[in-house]
Ligand binder design. Structure first.
Ligand code: NAD
Length: 429
């Protein structure tokens, strides 16, 4: 069997058949396949060890985005999400990117920032000087905390001291511990190190330390993706490739110029990002916090991506975002479905996972901009939405399709309409 992710007609198969395909693609065991299909997966006993006051587990659809070619390698992308159109959009955009050779990606070393807040310093600039002069001592203390990660080649890398002169309670220092978390997300590891160095920081600075915690603005741990889509591949229906490409660039420009648009533009990117984060057991709140604060780093919230038409006639998209993900630690190896999802992805390092996620975010952005700037997003989206409404209204079996069809024909896709149509069909029957 070829390891291509270009799976024409994957959507036409039954869920069982699709899982069978995944088994072969990634050499999954029967248990791993069961964890992906929902036959097995997270049980209550295991969940009870993960969080507090557990009563059960919460299900989400798990879909597979196809067609991803990233740095010349094929990936099948597990996506856990309740929203229709996202998995189809990612797969479709990945196919467009594939026409131009697929995605290229890069990333930084997995360096996280741990913050130690220092209050009550007499002279903040003098305290800063003393802390930086004692850098090696502080880094060495940080590195005593986690011999596992240090022996693997990670650990404390650098110290930075920021003077915050105008806080509501007066001046304070923010001491940043830069820490290479290797294949972990790093929150626990970095928090432990930050707590350990705080007394030494208090002693050297002559101040009082308060918070000692990771920053989710992981701007030293960026992942990037780029795709070039041949203009001809963008043509569809009554729209020429040039028209669609121009529409995408103009739609992107709106997000660059306007935070109201940028919020929705970036939300579309996060549709793809979050669903892979959830499927792989990663902390999606942490990434969300990091990504949006990164998008506002200039002082004004803006687009995370860029789109241009290049002189060779290709539509070029790039995306850069902080991506503090792990393939060890947290829930990544505890949740059976996350573990199987990581195996399906075949990623060997946290950086590789971060780069794959950046490519998925860029694909999602392309799918949304293409739809928005041509026929509008509602057509495709509302068809899928109509199915959810029909089911919510109580339709079952073939009634689902009949209710959907009627809503689409009548161009009224709402829950009250679904209920009324279902009642009428039931009465007629
Ligand atoms: P962790 O503590 O579960 O695991 C990391 C540990 O794994 C390392 O300390 C290291 O000892 C070990 N390890 C083994 N092999 C490794 C390798 N190849 N690379 C790196 N480490 C390796 O996990 P974590 O990543 O430190 O923390 C993640 C968890 O922290 C998530 O569940 C997250 O939700 C939570 N959290 C987040 C925040 C936040 O985002 N602000 C705050 C607190 C906790």
């Amino acid at each position: 069997m070829t390891k291509s992710s270009r799976l024409a007609g994957f959507y036409k198969h039954s869920p069982q058949k699709r899982v069978e395909f995944l088994r072969q693609f990634a050499d999954l065991t029967a248990q791993e396949a069961d964890a992906l299909s929902g036959v097995a997966g997270l049980g209550v006993t295991q969940a009870d060890h993960m969080i507090e006051n557990v009563v059960g587990v919460f299900g989400l659809p798990l879909g597979i985005a196809t067609n991803f070619l990233i740095n010349g390698q094929d990936y099948l992308i597990p996506m856990a999400i309740e929203e229709p159109s996202v998995v189809a959009g990612a797969s479709f955009a990945a196919r467009l990117a594939r026409d131009g050779g697929g995605f290229r990606t890069s990333s930084d070393d997995p360096v996280m920032i741990g913050q130690v807040q220092v209050l009550d310093v007499d002279d903040p600039w003098a305290a800063r000087f003393e802390l930086l002069a004692a850098k090696e001592r502080i880094l060495a203390l940080a590195n005593e905390q986690d011999p596992v990660i240090v022996n693997l080649g990670g650990g404390a890398r650098d110290l930075e001291v920021r003077v915050l002169e105008h806080s509501p309670v007066g001046p304070m220092l923010a001491v940043h511990l830069l820490y290479d978390a290797l294949d972990a997300m790093g929150a626990n590891t970095v928090n432990t190190a930050a707590e350990a160095i705080a007394p030494l920081i208090a002693e050297i600075s002559g101040g009082r330390t308060l918070l000692r915690i990771l920053s989710n603005l992981a701007d030293r741990r960026l992942a990037r993706a780029k795709a070039v889509v041949p203009i001809a591949s963008l043509a569809h229906g009554e729209f020429s490739g040039e028209q669609v490409a121009q529409g995408i660039v103009e739609a992107w420009a709106f997000a660059v110029a306007d935070p109201y648009r940028a919020a929705t533009h970036n939300k579309g990117i996060m549709n793809g990002v979050d669903s892979v984060l959830i499927a792989t057991g990663n902390d999606w709140r942490a990434i969300e916090a990091g990504v949006h604060s990164y998008a506002a780093r200039s002082g004004r919230y803006t687009s995370l991506s860029t789109w241009q038409v290049d002189k060779h006639g290709g539509l070029v998209g790039t995306l850069e975002l902080p991506m503090a993900v792990g393939i060890v630690g947290g829930a990544t190896r505890v949740h059976p479905t996350a573990k199987a999802a990581l195996k399906l992805l075949g990623v060997k390092t946290a950086r590789e996972l971060a780069e794959v996620i950046a490519a998925v975010g860029l694909a999602q952005n392309l799918a949304a901009l293409r739809a928005l700037s041509s026929e509008g997003i509602q057509l495709g989206h509302m068809k899928l939405h109509a199915r959810q409404l029909a089911i919510a209204a109580g339709a079952e079996g073939e009634m689902v399709d009949r209710v959907v069809q009627t809503m689409i024909t009548k161009k009224a896709i709402r829950l009250d309409r679904a209920e009324a149509i279902l009642n009428k069909l039931a009465a007629d029957a």
